[in-house]
Each structure stands twice: as C-alpha cells, then as structure tokens.
Design a protein around this ligand. Structure first.
Ligand code: OFO
Length: 171
C-alpha cells in the first residue's frame, strides 16, 4: 500500500510526464508546419513516449492501492524560433524531469518504500538515456552554427538518433 506522501509525489510525476508529452507534441506540430519532417517525427514519437511514462505511473499507483489523478491538460508553448530553440528547451525540460525523479527516489528511500524505489529505477535509466540523447542533439546543432543546408541533414538524421537511443535502452 502506498503511503499518502508517496502517492502524492507519484501523482506529481504523473502531471510532469503529461506536461512533457504535451510540450513535445506542440514542438512536433511546430516542426511539421515548418516542413521539418524528421524533427517532427522524432518529437511526435517522443511525445508518445512521455504519455507511456505517464500511463506506467498511473497503473502503478492504482495497483499499489493508491488513486491516480488524471491531470488537467495545460496549453504548452506553441511557437518556436528555430530547431535550436526546440532542442535547447527539450534538454532543459529533461534536466528538470531528472531532478524530479531523483527527488522521488530519495523520498522512497526515506519512507522505506522499496517497491516504489524499485519501480522508479526504470525512470532513472530512461532519464539517463533521454538526457544523453538531448545533449548529443544539442551538440550536433551547435556544430552546424548558421549553416542552413546542414539543417537538411540534421532533419534527416535525427529520427535515426532517436531510434538508436531507444534500442540501446531496450537491450
Ligand atoms: Fe518521461 O522522460 Fe522525458 O521527460
């Protein structure tokens, strides 16, 4: 049975995963409208993954005798000035998520909730992957500088980068 403290903290994470999904969905839609097909594909997929992270939490909370709260949908930022801005914001957001996951893990240890602690290890590993990927993409974009033609190659390659990171995590 979940303690009220852990239940509340896990529900806070449900909200954050839901916001992440919406945030990346807005980025994906922006990228599609800019003709950045690869980037939008990458981001639509990323948005779906965040929704899956949210669902995994919802099911866990309910299975452990808690009550999952389905969060309200907030409108994310709709307009972006460049791909660079999108991925800079994505990295910043992932860093926030990682720190929240770490706080949660910490709380589980303090509360001696070892099953939630064990459950959250999947998120710890996932964040490691997502951060590494976001850093790699930002590095790539920095290399291009103002070279517009490089954007074509970035847009083509970013899908493969996402798929490769995914398969590493599932090994
Ligand atoms: Fe849920 O992993 Fe990113 O935010």
């Amino acid at each position: 049975m979940l303690s009220p403290k852990i239940e509340k903290a896990l529900n806070k994470q449900v909200l954050l995963e839901s916001d992440s999904s919406q945030f990346y969905l807005a980025m994906a839609s922006w990228a599609q409208s800019e003709g950045l097909d690869g980037t939008s594909q990458f981001l639509y997929r990323h948005s779906d993954e965040e929704r899956m992270h949210m669902l995994k939490l919802i099911k866990f909370i309910n299975e452990r005798g808690g009550k999952a709260h389905i969060p309200e949908i907030k409108m994310p930022k709709q307009k972006y000035s460049s791909v660079q801005e999108v991925f800079k914001l994505l990295l910043e957001h992932e860093l926030v998520v990682t720190s929240e996951i770490n706080n949660l893990v910490d709380l589980c240890l303090k509360e001696k909730d070892y099953s939630s602690h064990n459950f959250l290890q999947w998120y710890v590993a996932e964040q490691l992957e997502e951060e590494a990927l976001a850093h790699a993409i930002n590095d790539k974009l920095r290399l291009f500088g103002d070279d517009k033609s490089a954007l074509y190659f970035f847009d083509r390659d970013v899908v493969a980068m996402g798929l490769a990171a995914d398969s590493t995590l599932k090994q």
